[in-house]
Design a protein around this ligand. Structure first.
Ligand SMILES: [Mn+2]
Length: 405
């Protein structure tokens, strides 16, 4: 799909201009100003602009940008070649104090930690070396900064534009980045294109409800839709986010399904393997009906039993680690002998196989190598034991309830 008659239409998201500024700008040839009747925030404003734009390719730019020479063709070229590419220029820095233009390094890409805040990060030494051979090669980036990018208009629409329930600012770049990658596209920084951007120390406008809350709500919507079980690491990193209502996400989940988007695990393995998944998998309680696995105050070498769930952690708090351990503080549930009907006791956690369990989809907590599962049938006499796995037995049905979700 090629742009008609070289006619590229831009949408500049000028969401902090006054009406008077708009009238001034409208005097410029080819500039069309669309003003919202009420404050909508950048997401709904951009979607509105995109709907009105008539060209095949959309370019979003923040209002505080200055385009460098020949910045556009390298971006357009990549999108014309493959409409599933979403591309950004290298973002140079315009000083907020004196508007000085400062070239940025092209050895950067966009990333994030589990707090889901965008950050620039250096390419690996190998990638930097490869770039020295050919400095024009596009840089694949896990995340885009959000303010400046080019996308095929039909692809933008097919991919679900934006989450229209996100307010004001923040989190939308995270959401579109996950969505593009997980739903079959890619994100690139094109080093041959440079655009300056004023990086501000703070927002020049106010947020209804407080900036922290708006950012957390938007981020939470992105995490809830796109991150599957990995959202728990976000909540572990930003515990306050758990208390922020995020509204209804049904239509976004339906979109994810309709587009056959890949799980977040795929994104982590293929797009962002540098993001380390924390060792702790999940913390919470292990339930069987109204009862929870409980240390009953026993210590090392002691058995564990069941007790009415009390939702206050303590003796009922367990961590399922990445290595498969079921851990209470520094003690792990341990199979004493590799036989059926074996006692299960708490021992200091080590690397051994007899501390490795897998929570199966059907609710079985199975030893990682043997066909034995945690079972409560002897709980009043011998505590929880390990028996031959049988998913039909109620005594082997467990539910892990994370207190992070
Ligand atoms: Mn900006």
């Amino acid at each position: 799909m090629s742009p008609k008659n070289n006619e590229i239409k831009f949408f500049i998201s000028c969401f902090c201009f006054t009406a008077e500024d708009g009238l001034e700008l409208a005097k410029i040839n080819k500039v069309r100003i669309i003003r919202n009747e009420k404050r909508e925030g950048l997401v709904r404003s951009r979607v509105r602009g995109a709907e009105i734009a008539t060209a095949d390719i959309l370019t979003f730019l923040d209002s505080h940008c200055e385009c460098n020479e020949d910045w556009l063709p390298p971006l357009i070229e990549r999108v014309v070649e493959d409409e599933t590419r979403v591309v950004c220029p290298v973002i140079d820095v315009i000083s907020m104090d004196n508007f000085q233009y400062i070239g940025a390094s092209a050895d950067l890409r966009g990333g994030f930690d589990w707090n889901l805040v965008f950050k620039w990060e250096y390419l690996s030494p190998q990638e930097r070396q490869a770039r020295q051979k050919d400095p024009t090669t596009p840089i694949r980036t896990p995340m885009i900064a959000g303010g400046l990018f080019v996308i095929n208009k039909k692809y933008f629409e097919k991919l679900g534009r934006y989450d229209m329930q996100m307010d004001v600012w923040g989190g939308e770049n995270l959401e579109i980045s996950f969505r593009v990658w997980q739903c079959g596209g890619s994100l690139e920084i094109i080093p041959c294109s440079r655009v300056g951007h004023v990086f501000r120390k703070r927002h020049p406008y106010t947020f209804p409800g407080g900036s922290g809350n708006v950012f957390a709500r938007n981020t939470r919507r992105a995490a809830e839709v796109w991150m599957d079980e990995y959202k728990q690491y976000y909540y572990a990193s930003v515990p306050l986010a758990k208390n922020i209502p995020f509204g209804n996400i049904d239509d976004r989940l339906a979109l994810k399904e309709k587009l056959h988007c890949k799980p977040f695990k795929w994104y982590l393995e293929n797009v962002y393997p540098e993001l380390i998944v924390p060792e702790t998998q999940a913390r919470g309680s292990i339930r069987q009906g109204p009862y929870c696995v409980d240390t009953l105050g026993h210590l090392v070498d002691g058995t564990v039993g069941l007790y009415q769930c009390h939702e206050t952690g303590g003796n009922q708090e367990w961590t399922l680690t990445k290595r498969g351990q079921i851990k209470h503080i520094d003690l792990c549930l341990t199979l004493v002998n590799f036989t059926r009907g074996s006692m299960v006791v708490m021992k200091y956690c080590d690397e051994s196989e007899n501390q490795q369990w897998v929570l199966r989809d059907g609710g079985l907590l199975q030893h990682s190598k043997l066909n034995v599962c945690l079972d409560s049938r002897w709980v009043s006499e011998r505590g929880i034991t390990a028996e031959r796995c049988n998913s039909a037995l109620d005594s082997q049905q467990w539910r892990f309830m994370s207190d992070l979700s």
